[in-house]
Ligand binder design. Sequence first.
Ligand code: GUN
Length: 295
Amino acid sequence: MEVIDGNAVASDLLEELAKKIQTFEDQKPCVVFIRVGEDPASISYVRKKEKTADKIGIESRLLIFPVSISEDELLDKISELNTDSSVHGILVQAPLPSHIDDRKVFNYVSPNKDVDGFNATNLGLLCQENKDAFASCTPAGILELLKRTLIDTEGKHVVVLGRSLIVGKPVGILLLQKGVPGNATVTYCHSRTPDLANHTQQADILIAAIGKPHFVKKSMVKPGAVVIDVGINRITDRSRKSGFRLVGDVNFEEVSNISSFITPVPGGVGPMTVAMLMKNTVKAFEQSLDQVTNQ
Ligand code: GUN
């Protein structure tokens, strides 16, 4: 059994990006993060993204709005950033307050600056296997992790546990694509699937993105399967200064005994999400240069 070191893989990718960014003359890639409210997890995620950007030479700006901001005010701000040529990427950190329609907001970000890959245009382009599309960072990070760990997906049965817009749906679409990684047979399961274990036991590669701590038990996994744990669940732990610890959707202790490869939480998929955001920002920057020269 091998534990996949997401930090090491992400660090290789970030090093490659840093080298590439050094070759850019005059202008550097710039991403704007929008945070609404003071959700502790969002604060921590955005801080990590800012730090990583800074480390590799990407400029980042952080806009913080109170939870009382109206949907129209937020859309106006995005509109401004859409037309600002010094901004190459825009990321609106989820979750948003309930009075704001998050899908409307994601769709408002210009598809050329949608480095999160959440908007309908990019999801559509992804289905068309368009290489210029921005893929959602966590799914793209999972594929990069599989590729760099030399895990073959061709003809493999991938079972995706979860159907979210951000992870479940797009990861299945990416693994279905023609190419490497890709060419997999994909089954989607979710909270309404009867007899879930019957499906998960068939998986050569099991992707757990259901958002329930320790949901996947040993009895649900085929011996020798590759297990990718996307869950980031905060559970109370009074022995820690923070009062919580992070656990995945997989019971690591049990499942790691029978899997061939497994990602830990933290230190598996998480670092890849941030690295892919940087990769998408560099891609948005390069595409903006192409557009200028093609005019
Ligand atoms: N909230 C949790 N994960 C993400 C992410 O990848 N992007 C954004 N924008 N919000 C998130």
